[in-house]
Design a protein around this ligand. Sequence first.
Ligand SMILES: [Zn+2]
Length: 291
Amino acid sequence: MPELPEVEVTRRRIAPLLVGRRIAAVETTRDSYFFVTKPDALRRALVGRRVVKLDRHGKYLIAALDDGQRFVLHLGMTGQLFGAGATSVRLLSAAARASLPPEAQVAFSPDAHTHLRLRFEDPGPEVLFRDVRKFGKVFLLGEGEESRRLGRLGEDALVARADALWPLLHHRRTAIKNVLLDQAVLAGVGNIYADEALFLAGIRPRRSASRVTRSELARLVDAVHAVLARSIETGGSSISDYVAPDGSDGGYQDERRVYAREGEPCRKCGATIRRIVIGQRSAHYCPACQR
Ligand SMILES: [Zn+2]
């Protein structure tokens, strides 16, 4: 599943293909739960509009339009947003990938999973939204319109400040790991980055949030920023997406200190990394480095 770093990497790659361009045509697949705003309403609203900027909050991409509307996209589990002409073996089925040499690059042509195609007035490339499992979403917000989906999100994890988080967690008896994953507290942190940040901050995932001190929280927020920034720098992480033979899109999985390293030695102290389950999700930590 794309997490915040993958969505931010997507934002940075796709922004130059969207911002400043006027939409000339919108093509979609048939109406489905992917379209929170119905396809014909999307077409009516988007055609003729120019994209002014592309922001991100948590895992949502928010394109501001020149008439004050916002076009919101969520990549879900398998969503891919890219310019036509993009080449990646990740856009192929597992069977098609298996038949290719690992370094192969293949041009993509829109298929049944390409739910949205934006064409522009200029002759530049189309922008495509492809989603095999279709847990992604697109919707429009009118000028000033509030969104239930966006409204319940906490601060964006990449810019969140410890001072703002402290009142939200110091009284909670929930495991700190679960609080980190609570999108209403911190938008965009998923399992990998929560485990990695807790390791860097030296805090065990099961510790009650109420027993995390203010200075530990400051360290933890710095750690969240550091792991997210590093993952963005390396192009995101591929591990939660699928286990690919190529593994070329994103290098963060090679830098994991604890996540999915159960039974392996801690890279800092040599102790054996443990895996536990908290609230039905796995958590990984070093019993020596984390308290
Ligand atoms: Zn250790």
